[in-house]
Design a protein around this ligand. Sequence first.
Ligand SMILES: C[S@@+](CC[C@H](N)C(=O)[O-])C[C@H]1O[C@@H](n2cnc3c(N)ncnc32)[C@H](O)[C@@H]1O
Length: 234
Amino acid sequence: MATSFGGVADVYERTRPGYPVAAVAWLAGEHSTEVLDLAAGTGKLTRSLVAAGHDVVAVEPSEPMLAQLRAGLPGVDARLGSAEALPLPDASVDVVTVAQAYHWFDPATALPEIARVLRPGGWLALAWNVADATTAWVEELWQIVNPDEPRTVERPDIGAPFGEPETHTFPHSQRLDRAGLVGLVASRSYVAVREPAERDELLAKVAALYDRHAGPDGIVVPYVTHCFRSRPLA
Ligand SMILES: C[S@@+](CC[C@H](N)C(=O)[O-])C[C@H]1O[C@@H](n2cnc3c(N)ncnc32)[C@H](O)[C@@H]1O
């Protein structure tokens, strides 16, 4: 499923939320630093890191996702690579950010790799946007799309050589039109890999949900951005 993003790079870029400014400051720090945005995808977090004044290198294994990133952020050093084999020298960045992707990594290989590229004093920062199911229509959406998926993010399993993570949550939201809400669901990896007929049926239910709940200006999806920071143990 980790490779399914390539087929939905365009809809991913159009429909997935970015990250709140306060979360970006918590993840990467208040001062301008050198940041590796790992699993950068189409550049949703990369864009905010650049806007916050950081010097960013983006690494991403999917060519179509990387192509979207390069088109949108032509000034960013964007490299093909994976968490398990980073195309960076030792001790070359201050922060490694990973948004919406740490769960795809093989931590046994990726964590030592991330520690290798971090400078002394640097840290790993993880983030996930999760649609807030305490809003009734969002819970309806979860029931349609993936009733068994947890509605929150548990503390991620960040083991050696990293220490216990600090955690923080930030409120976030995104306004979408009908095609946007349908696209948001279509860009989920477990939807992208379904049989076409099954996927179309699911997306029709999402469109009907939109029609029941949206106003004239679309629908606002409430999110919680779950963030974690962890430093290598000395
Ligand atoms: C849900 S997207 C998140 C993209 C971006 N960080 C964002 O916030 O929009 C997950 C990304 O993880 C990438 N990915 C999957 N396995 C990976 C791995 N082992 N190393 C690095 N990236 C990986 C996928 O190609 C995809 O672009």
